[in-house]
Design a protein around this ligand. Structure first.
Ligand code: TEU
Length: 595
C-alpha cells in the first residue's frame, strides 16, 4: 500500500525567473544587442506572500545558476554560483529563508545531462585528446560517406533544436555529442568521475538549504553503448535518437546513486522524462521501494497534439478529450495500483498555455476554461504542479506576434529549417506558424501579469527601482494584462486565482480522498464530458473516522451545454443528491460552495 510522504501532500509552484518579477532592474543584452530587463531573485522574494496565500507548499525555480543563456539557463557554466542576471548568493540564501519562514520548501533545477560549452569541465575536455577530462563528454571520430567521401557525424541522431546532435571540433579533429544546442554538450555519465562531480553539486546545494531538485531530462543520462544509428522513421539523414538515450541501460543505477543522497536529506525530487510512455519503465524510477526518484514528469499528455509518429512535435494533431481521458486514467490507476507516484502537470516553461491549447481563450470562456482545467487537473492522484500565470488563466502569445518576436532557440532554429526546406510553400509555413503559436515554448514565457499598470508593464518591473527610460522587459507583456492580472483576480472571489486556491485547499482538507484516494474515470467514450471519482483509500492515518469521502469531479471540455447522466456508481455524492442528471457546464462553478 501507499506510504505517506510530505511531498505527496504538497503542491508545487513553478517559477520561470526571467519572466516572474523584476525588483532590481538588472540590465542584460538581447540577442540583437539591445538593453533589456529580466526578472530576478529579489523580485521572487517580494512575491513570497502571494505564493503563500495561493496555498502552494513548494516553489521550484527554473535555472538561476551561471550560464551564457543560450537556452535560458539550461546551459550551466558553473554549478556553484548564481548568475548575476538573477542576483547574488546572498539573495538566494534570503529567498530560501523567506520560503522556509512561511513553511514552504525550495526546489532547484538540476541540469546535469549536459553542461554549457563554457563550463570549465568542457573547456578542459575539448582542449586536447589527452585531457584527463576528455572522457567526461562524448568525443568520436568522423565517419566518411562511402559515396561522396564527405565527412559525416558519428551517427544520425537529430538534436532537439534541429540539425545534427554532433558538432565538429576543428582543434582536436573529433565530433562531440549534444542532444540539445551545440552549446550544451552531453556529460558522459558512464565515467564515475562525472557521477561523483554531480553528487558533489547535489550535496553542496542540499547543505545550503535547498529542499530538493527538479532534474532536467534525467532519463537521457545513459546512452546505448556504441551510440548506434537510430531507426529511420522519417525522410532524410537525421532521425530522433530517443530509442538510444531515453532510459538507457544504466539509468536506474545512476538514479539510485542520486536517490541515496536525496534520502539522507529527506529531499524532494522530480525527474523530467520525455519520450517514455511505458508505465513499466517509469515505475522503475518512482516505485516506492526503488530508492530512486519521488516522481517524474512523463510527457504523454503534453505530446497529444504534436505528431510523434512523424518524428516532430511541429506537425499538428487535434486534441481529443477522449484521448486525455485514456491517458489520465492510465497513469492515475497505474500509480495507485503499483505504489508509485505521479507528477501532475499540464503547463510549464516548455508548453503552450492550457486555456489556449485544450479549451477556449475567448473572453467569454477564458475564466471558465481556466477553472475547468484546474478542477480537472488538480484533483487527480499525484503531486500537482502549477506553472506561473496558470492560476490566472494566462494565455498563449498575442495573435499579432510576429516571427521576429520569438526568443526561443527551439522555434527559431526550426523556422530556419522550414524556410530552407519550404522557401515558396506558404501553406506549409503557415501550418508551422500555427503550431508555434499553439505549443511553442515562448507561449509560456511572456511576463507574469501582476497588475494593470502601463508604466511597469503590468507590474513586471519594480515601481521603486525602474530601469533607464526606454529599457523594456525581455519579452513583450501580453496585451491583455489590463483585464487579466493578479491584482484584479485576488480581489475577485470568482476568479481563476481563487478557484485554484480552493482546489489546492480541498486537497489539503481531504487528503485521504484527493492525495491518497482511489481513482475511477467515468464514461470513457463521451466526447466532451471528462468525469472521474475519487474515494478515500485505506491508509494508516491515525484517525478513527469511519466515514468515507467520495467526490465526483465533473468537467465539460466543450463550449456547449451538455446533459450527462451520472452513472449509478457515482450518484449521491457532492453535488445534488436529488437528481442524476446534471448540466455539466454549470457544475464547474459549484466548487465555490464545497463547504
Ligand atoms: O526540456 C526537455 C524536453 O525534452 C522538451 O520539453 C524541450 O523543451 C523541447 O521542447 C523538445 O522538443 C528540458 C527543459 O525543460 C528545457 O527548457 C530545456 O531546453 C531542455 O531540457 C534542455 O536542457
Amino acid at each position: 500500500p501507499l506510504r505517506r510522504a510530505w511531498w505527496k501532500e504538497s503542491s508545487v509552484y513553478q517559477i520561470y525567473p526571467a519572466s516572474f518579477k523584476s525588483a532590481c532592474s538588472i540590465v542584460s543584452k538581447s540577442r540583437d544587442g539591445e538593453d533589456e530587463i529580466k526578472g530576478d531573485i529579489r523580485g521572487i522574494i517580494s512575491q513570497v506572500p502571494y505564493l503563500s496565500r495561493l496555498g502552494v507548499d513548494i516553489v521550484w525555480l527554473s535555472p538561476i545558476l551561471q550560464s551564457p543563456q543560450v537556452d535560458m539557463g539550461y546551459d550551466i557554466s558553473d554549478y556553484l554560483s548564481i548568475d548575476r542576471l538573477y542576483g547574488t548568493m546572498e539573495d538566494h540564501d534570503e529567498l530560501i529563508s523567506a520560503l522556509h519562514a512561511r513553511g514552504m520548501k525550495y526546489v532547484m533545477d538540476l541540469v546535469v545531462n549536459h553542461t554549457s560549452s563554457e563550463h570549465a569541465w568542457f573547456l578542459d575536455s575539448r582542449s586536447s585528446k589527452t585531457s584527463p577530462k576528455r572522457d567526461w563528454y562524448f568525443w568520436r571520430p568522423a565517419r566518411y560517406s562511402e559515396e561522396t567521401g564527405e565527412r559525416m557525424p558519428p551517427n544520425n541522431w537529430e538534436s532537439a533544436f534541429s540539425g545534427s546532435a554532433w558538432t565538429w571540433d576543428d582543434e582536436t579533429q573529433e565530433y562531440y555529442l549534444h542532444l540539445f544546442a551545440p552549446e550544451q554538450p552531453d556529460l558522459n555519465w558512464d565515467n564515475p568521475e562525472v557521477r561523483e562531480a554531480v553528487h558533489d553539486v547535489v550535496r553542496f546545494w542540499l547543505d545550503r538549504g535547498v529542499d530538493g531538485f527538479r532534474m532536467d531530462v534525467i532519463n537521457f543520462i545513459s546512452k546505448t553503448p556504441g551510440l548506434p544509428d537510430a531507426d529511420v522513421i522519417k525522410p532524410g539523414f537525421l532521425q530522433p535518437g530517443t530509442q538510444h538515450f531515453a532510459c538507457g541501460p544504466h539509468l536506474h543505477e545512476y538514479l539510485r546513486g542520486l536517490g541515496t543522497i536525496l534520502r539522507r536529506y529527506d529531499a524532494f525530487s522530480v525527474g523530467e522524462m520525455p519520450g517514455v510512455f511505458d508505465t513499466k519503465e517509469i515505475i522503475k524510477a518512482v516505485g516506492q521501494d526503488r530508492g530512486e526518484l519521488a516522481m517524474v514528469f512523463q510527457f504523454e499528455i503534453v505530446q497529444m497534439d504534436g505528431a510523434r509518429d512523424k518524428g516532430s512535435k511541429w506537425y499538428h494533431r487535434d486534441f481529443e478529450p477522449s484521448e486525455l481521458k485514456r491517458v489520465v486514467d492510465k497513469w492515475n490507476k497505474f500509480m495507485i495500483e503499483n505504489a508509485g507516484w505521479n507528477a501532475v502537470f499540464m503547463e510549464n516553461h516548455d508548453q503552450g498555455r492550457t486555456v489556449s491549447r485544450y479549451a477556449d481563450e475567448s473572453d467569454e470562456y477564458r475564466g471558465k476554461s481556466a477553472k475547468m482545467l484546474a478542477a480537472h487537473m488538480a484533483l487527480q492522484s499525484g503531486t500537482v504542479f502549477v506553472y506561473q500565470g496558470q492560476e490566472l488563466g494566462q494565455v498563449n502569445l498575442p495573435k499579432d506576434w510576429g516571427m521576429e518576436e520569438y526568443k526561443d532557440i527551439e522555434v527559431l532554429n526550426h523556422w530556419k529549417t522550414v524556410l530552407e526546406e519550404y522557401p515558396d510553400d506558404l501553406e506549409m509555413q503557415e501550418m508551422f506558424k500555427k503550431q508555434y503559436r499553439l505549443i511553442g515554448r515562448d507561449n509560456a514565457r511572456t511576463p507574469m501579469q501582476w497588475d494593470d499598470n502601463d508604466e511597469t508593464y503590468g507590474g513586471f518591473l519594480s515601481d521603486t527601482n525602474r530601469p533607464r527610460k526606454g529599457v523594456k522587459p525581455w519579452m513583450r507583456v501580453h496585451d491583455d494584462f489590463k483585464n487579466w492580472n493578479a491584482a484584479k483576480q485576488v480581489d475577485d472571489q470568482n476568479s481563476p486565482y481563487h478557484y485554484w486556491k480552493r482546489v489546492l485547499d480541498l486537497r489539503r482538507q481531504y487528503k485521504n480522498c484527493f492525495v491518497y484516494g482511489d481513482f475511477e474515470m467515468l464514461d470513457m467514450d463521451h466526447d466532451c464530458v471528462v468525469a472521474y471519482v475519487r474515494t478515500d483509500m485505506a491508509i494508516e492515518t491515525g484517525t478513527t473516522s469511519t466515514t468515507k469521502t467520495k467526490c465526483l469531479v465533473l468537467t465539460n471540455f466543450s463550449g456547449t451545454e451538455t446533459w450527462w447522466t451520472v452513472p449509478s456508481s457515482a450518484t449521491g455524492i457532492m453535488i445534488d443528491e436529488q437528481t442524476t442528471k446534471l448540466k455539466a457546464s454549470a457544475v464547474v462553478d459549484d466548487l465555490r460552495n464545497y463547504n
